[in-house]
Design a protein around this ligand. Sequence first.
Ligand code: NAD
Length: 257
Amino acid sequence: MRLAGKTALITGAGSGIGWQSAQLFAQEGAAVIAVDINEQGGRQCADAILQSGGDATYVYADVARASDCQRMIAAAEATYGKLDILFNNAGISHVDDDDAVHTSEAVWDLTFAVNVKSVFLGCKYGIPALRRAGGGSIINTASFVALLGAATPQLAYTASKGAVLALSRELAVLHAQDNIRVNALCPGPLRTELLMKYLDTDEKQRRRLVHIPMGRFGEAEEIAKAALFLASDEASFVTGSSFLVDGGITAAYVTPE
Ligand code: NAD
């Protein structure tokens, strides 16, 4: 088992990448703190782990709120004695996120609060806990859009994910001597609720698929497997990376017909 004896806190565990990662990390021996603002999804995630013989606890938190982030980290240490893996994964893609002219200030601020401030707050309270455990792994979910511009605009989302990359790099440099590795995970377009809500017609999906050399959307399980690698000691020399799992979308200039 690749995470035996470890405690992992995963935000956004109620759905998609967070859900799949929580199940996989638990199968690999980790005790999981499953965090979500959606109580139903978060509880179901923890229950599914318990039913398969693993160990998990649901903790409610809005990752954009400092007091909630402080409480989720405290819950990990109180329940399992330590924290080894912090997966800052929760994120939103707002339906009214558009270009500079049409995106409202409220949508911009909300997107940055949930996607960027959450990573800062997770680290603010999580890094002291990882230090107390003697080190660990932080994984921050960014996106391929941090590296590519799209003609279908989502300006606040794109900028927020660029910020996650910059944050992750500097955190990696600052905490390498603490034995804490920090990596940004950059998924390509996935067949999850988050993206399908946004690409809500066949035409919109087709316009995204033509850019992916593999010609398909990724699955949340495929991202969870990459997160498992970054979380585990197998990635012992991997820090500061922008870890792409994207079906080749960032490598493509022209895709096959
Ligand atoms: P998802 O919508 O399936 O899951 C996100 C989870 O985060 C949900 O359970 C939601 O309740 C939770 N959440 C939202 N706001 C929260 C808050 N304030 N506090 C706590 N929890 C909150 O989405 P997903 O596709 O699994 O996305 C996970 C991460 O991956 C996000 O950061 C997203 O930006 C990123 N991502 C997704 C894709 C994609 O194509 N789906 C691609 C690249 C990156």
